[in-house]
Design a protein around this ligand. Sequence first.
Ligand SMILES: Cc1ncc(COP(=O)(O)O)c(C=O)c1O
Length: 444
Amino acid sequence: MDDIQEYQSRHAESKKLYERACKVAVDGAQAPGKVDGPYPIYTAKAQGSHLWDVDGNEYVDYILGLGPMLLGHGHPAVTQAIQSQMSYVLNSTPTGVEVELAERLMGHIPCAEKIRYTASGTEANMLAVRLARSFTGRDILLRVTDDYVGWADSLMPGLHIPAHQPGAGRAWGLGGVPKTSQEQTHWFDFNDTEGFKSLVSSIGGDRIAAVIMEPAYRASMAPQPGFLETIRSVTKDIGAMLIFDEVVTGFRYGMQGGQGYFNVIPDLASFGKAISGGIPLGILAGRKDVMERMSTQVPPEERVYHSGTWPGMPLASVAAMAVLDVLEQPGTFPQLFQMGERLRTEIQDVVNEHEVPMRAFGVGPVLEIAFTDEPVVSPKQNLLKVEPQIIKSIWMAMAMQGVLTVGKGYIPAIRCFVSLAHTDEDIKKAVDSMDKAIKKVFGR
Ligand SMILES: Cc1ncc(COP(=O)(O)O)c(C=O)c1O
């Protein structure tokens, strides 16, 4: 039986669901990043670091819903907070919990002088870009090549088909994005300080509204010394806004996010995913003078408009406060970092034993496995040499042994998110499954 046949035989109920999904949803999916393998594994239930699919298979889950479940699935503090809030109010006039959450967030996020809620990370980034344009009176946006920061018009240019997919290197996702948005967004490579500086001078600093970027590439590749600091000082010099997208790094690298971890403070920062334990919530935090472009004190024609039915949703606010309660405990981040480091080290030991060209890298509880034998310091240098079949086969071999990773989507690497619920046993299972996957895929 080959891999695909084995996958199908173990996932018959998922296959049925996928066939139904294909009749009602484009490509059978609600988000392309959620489709891995020949077809998705549909979850029936999840608890802690484990999930069970509709065929009854059990997995150690390193996907964590693409990031939000940092405490693990079904954490009692989050569940109780949601259940108790449900008996009071779901949506109404403003509630005290949205105020209390903002006060607590401001106590943690270094750049936060004001807080605005949205329903997703993309929306928080859209708002950040609009505020930056209004505040500076400029249009041009700079972003990092190939690092996803949401699906809005101004955020899509600069993404290319990844190295493991057909058509690698061609622009991706520009359908329906107006030409003006395409002309106004420019990109530079992560950890290429000189490339960034020459892009700024070729465009002209006085035309640049903002730089939007994750403080670590894909929340995995740390900035080289001086890279973020240069971007901070150049943006200050030219009067442009620095926006950190902390949708993944936020509350995963520590209570102060990537800005605290790397000690570079942006003007604005967006958050999402991990902060609210699985309930939709985006957050924009930032400088008061910039955020106040939304104020009714600003003349109407100049005012930045942001609104929505969901911002301030009590369920999201209480879930986020329950997450904060847990994360604020001493020992939480040392545990997350220690488990992430253990996973990286032990996977790398297995890779070294087999002498295959792979590198485990990452920061804290985020791990990626790149298909290179060099230290991973630059996406351009180290993440483009990819054997597409190897990624698919490793992902599949690990999945068949009950270990789910983010594998085949838009990232030319295997990616794992570690949660507070992952145990030593879970780490061992991932390492053993990598050992067997390498033996199978490389025949060693
Ligand atoms: C770094 C980063 N920014 C923004 C987003 C968009 O967030 P959302 O999916 O909540 O719109 C994502 C989603 O994966 C992300 O990884």
